[in-house]
Design a protein around this ligand. Structure first.
Ligand code: SF4
Length: 214
């Protein structure tokens, strides 16, 4: 069966960096406020046999139901909100599903994000709400060392996105175990991004060029 014909997955799993443990991933949306030229979604339907092209977005209840089927199958390393879209497009879904996860899962709950949580959720106390729900890690994809490069690489829907993403990273770093990641594409000055992360007090990680999964 081709991937396209397979039922879309809300919950899927992949081995982590050392390939000895598996992370459980939650694909809750296909919306994204960026249009990165390298985005995996442009030319793939999914990853590792999982179809991640959703026909519709799952409700928080459906996310929990899917998790219930799989949570006890393995000692998952982390549960990560990360799929074929930007998880913070659905802040309320994260806030409703996370307390259930926190109650049933002892390891880290992470959000992999483009860092546009403030722009996507104006007027909300995004960091505080995520902390209170039980999220403990944030990984922000920052594939640019300045605004010009950000616009060129990520083609954001919002204006003044780069500065806003930096503010989000700085604020997240005060509350969560926070990292900045960058893919190895020629436009990005990686030492500069590393230095920016250092100044913001967060860790830095280079990702290989397999977009969307970091
Ligand atoms: S790579 Fe990530 S941030 Fe960029 S368009 Fe794809 S899902 Fe959005």
């Amino acid at each position: 069966m081709t991937l396209r014909k397979k039922k879309p997955s809300v919950v899927y799993w992949l081995p982590n960096a050392n390939a000895e443990e598996y992370n459980l991933y939650l694909n809750i949306t296909n919306q994204c406020s960026n249009n990165c030229y390298y985005c995996f979604r442009r030319y793939k339907n999914g990853v590792d046999g999982f179809n991640l092209k959703l026909h519709r977005e799952p409700s928080p209840k459906e996310v929990i139901q899917q998790l219930q089927k799989i949570l006890n199958r393995k000692n998952w390393n982390e549960i990560v909100f990360c799929g074929f879209g930007e998880p913070l497009e659905r802040l309320n879904c994260i806030l409703e599903a996370t307390p259930w996860i926190r109650k049933h899962f002892a390891n880290a709950i992470r959000i992999d994000t483009n860092g546009q949580g403030y722009l996507l959720n104006p007027g909300r106390e995004v960091i505080k709400e995520l902390t209170e729900a039980g999220v403990d890690k944030i990984s922000v994809s920052l594939n640019a060392h300045n605004e010009e490069t950000y616009i060129h690489v990520c083609k954001p829907n919002f204006k003044n996105t780069f500065e806003n993403v930096l503010k989000f990273i700085e604020d997240a770093g005060k509350e969560f175990n926070t990292e900045v990641t960058t893919v190895t594409i020629p436009e990005v000055d990686i030492p500069k991004v590393r230095e920016m992360a250092r100044k913001m007090g967060v860790t830095f990680r280079i990702r290989e060029y397999i977009p969307c999964f970091w």
